[in-house]
Design a protein around this ligand. Sequence first.
Ligand SMILES: C[S@@+](CC[C@H](N)C(=O)[O-])C[C@H]1O[C@@H](n2cnc3c(N)ncnc32)[C@H](O)[C@@H]1O
Ligand SMILES: [Zn+2]
Length: 300
Amino acid sequence: MPEQHRPEICDYEGSTYRTDFWEGQGREYEDRVERIAIRRLLPPTGERLLELGAGFGRLTPLFSGYKQVVLLDYSRSQLEFARQHYGDEGFLYVAADIYRMPFAPGLFDGATMVRVLHHMQDPLAALSGIREAMRQGGVFLLEFANKQNLKAIARWALRRQDWNPFTPEPVEFVKLNYDFHPRYVRETLIRAGFKPGRTLTVSHFRLDLLKRIIPTGVLVALDSMAQLTGDLWQLSPSVFVRSEAVGEDSPAPKGAFWRCPACGSFDLEEGEDRLICADCGAQWGKHSGIYDFKEPLAEG
Ligand SMILES: C[S@@+](CC[C@H](N)C(=O)[O-])C[C@H]1O[C@@H](n2cnc3c(N)ncnc32)[C@H](O)[C@@H]1O
Ligand SMILES: [Zn+2]
């Protein structure tokens, strides 16, 4: 594979995302409504599911109906935490860049990506790679941050925000943090080889004031109902869309699992602590139960 321009990566290596953002940080409401949306949209059982940008595995237990779950993330430290919790039975941990995934085409019949498109500088490249790793008919569940949400519309109307929430182009409101228009996401999914289907709007009541004065259980129940209008209009800050992988799968040798991210070869030999590419010689590390495709090991 020729070395192309690589999109930048929002690196969570060593980040305290779990403790700074989730645990004890007043986001029980967001966490619970996301779980409701995933349960509604994702087939509960299947063969092999790819969790893209799995992080520390916050949502991983929802996918336990699949025979194997592959957790992929760029951050080794997030994956290490997940592995301590879920172990190796039915789970595989892969440190890699979504833009350069190490999988043979057609490997997955399920895939999820939650709170990750948010960091993608090149959504079409990311989604095309995901489609390739999936098989035709597989289900892909994508969450994205919606620029056309009520808060952004109000801020724009009051001239407190300079970007227009109704135009289709992504907005980078902080370096490598993007909000997307639902139409843009749909079109990009189609271009990448997916057929977008049922959509749920999520986290309608993500406002500090509401979260303070209304019990979480009530907000969750209200959001759960409001989610069901997602096919009609999308004005919430978070949107989940279920798509089907369509079109021909790329060819791959029967039984192939890995693909060398450096040269595209399917011929990777597994040793005790590394995978070695028979074609280009690149060596990919394997340590503490995590396959590492971020950078090849140094020679020798
Ligand atoms: C906001 S966290 C979401 C984690 C998890 N999906 C959740 O909802 O709790 C974003 C995750 O995406 C990962 N990520 C961002 N860019 C990536 C890339 N190019 N390749 C692989 N992972 C990436 C980060 O390492 C981080 O763990
Ligand atoms: Zn190679």
